[in-house]
Ligand binder design. Structure first.
Ligand code: DGL
Length: 281
């Protein structure tokens, strides 16, 4: 395999898949949006299930893990890398762009742009992992577009385990959501960014807890739109008549949650490949 620290890895860009990575399974919400918008594309997804969660780890570790996982996508001749993980997008995209000579699309900017388009009162809530919220990446991206917007952010570390247990409709989940969302609702938000790729799987319960007056925004569809723009502007799109495909690899067996996500997102995932991560340089 190429070292992920090699800055100029030659790839057959016109034939390669869109490479998508996440710390685990949650990034499949972005894959579902990509497949819907870009049905001719081949997608290679890798989830770092051996090291998930990234959300409580330091910038240094998240950067290192992201570089190593992106290196696996380069070995698959990916023509573009989608960072389908809010935590890695918040903390590692600059490092990936510095190291790899191919387009890198994260989920923060598309989510922030959608929130700015959605809000009417300029009061936006953001929920995500501890690392994402502590990075202030959403605040920065929102303020770059709407300097007067007020952003209220809340780390929600308990949500990922609840989602991985598939407790989508459960009194405990509703209680946890109320505890996390009440402070944001008190601030009068009218838009809530689901700043973690797991959260779209909990959309209905979040919507119930947030109430009808709050619009939920997730990055998945908006990230797919951004990917489409890159493919078009850099002449990287697959021929329209090509039949798209999805390959999924994990760094450790994690069938349970994978099958939950497959069903909830109506994805067709065949055999799962296992990949070992190589430590970056
Ligand atoms: N995929 C991560 C995110 O979107 C959540 C899971 C984790 O903590 O690694 O932030």
């Amino acid at each position: 395999m190429e070292s992920p620290d090699s800055p100029n890895v030659a790839v057959e860009i016109e034939k390669g898949p869109i490479g998508v990575f996440d710390s685990g399974i949650g990034g499949l919400t972005v894959v579902a949006a990509l497949q819907q918008l870009l049905p001719a594309e081949q997608i290679f997804y890798i989830g770092d299930t051996a090291r998930v969660p990234y959300g409580g780890k330091s910038r240094r570790t998240i950067e290192r893990y992201s570089v190593e996982i992106a290196g696996l996508l380069l070995a698959e001749q990916a023509k573009l890398i989608v960072v389908a993980c809010n935590t890695a997008s918040a903390l590692a995209v600059p490092r990936l762009k510095q190291l790899f000579n191919l387009p890198v699309q994260g989920v923060i900017d598309p989510g922030a742009a959608a929130a700015v388009r959605s809000t009417r009162n300029g009061r936006i809530g953001v929920i995500g992992t501890r690392a994402t919220i502590a990075s202030h990446a959403y605040e920065q991206a929102i303020h770059a577009l709407a300097p007067d917007a007020r952003v209220f952010a809340e780390p929600c570390p308990v949500l990922v385990p609840l989602i991985e247990e598939a407790w989508f409709e459960d009194a405990i989940t509703d209680q946890v959501l109320r505890r996390y969302l009440d402070p944001l609702l008190t601030e009068g938000i009218d838009t809530l960014v689901l700043g973690c790729t797991h959260y779209p799987l909990l959309r209905e319960a979040i919507s119930r807890a947030a109430g009808e007056a709050v619009t939920l925004v997730d990055s998945a569809h908006n990230c797919a739109l951004a990917v489409n723009e890159i493919l078009k502007s850099q002449s990287l799109a697959a021929p329209e008549r090509q039949l798209g495909s999805l390959q999924v690899a994990l760094t450790d067996a994690s069938e349970g949650f994978l099958r939950v996500a497959e069903e909830a997102l109506e994805l067709e995932i065949g055999d799962i490949q296992l990949r070992a991560v190589q430590a970056a340089g």
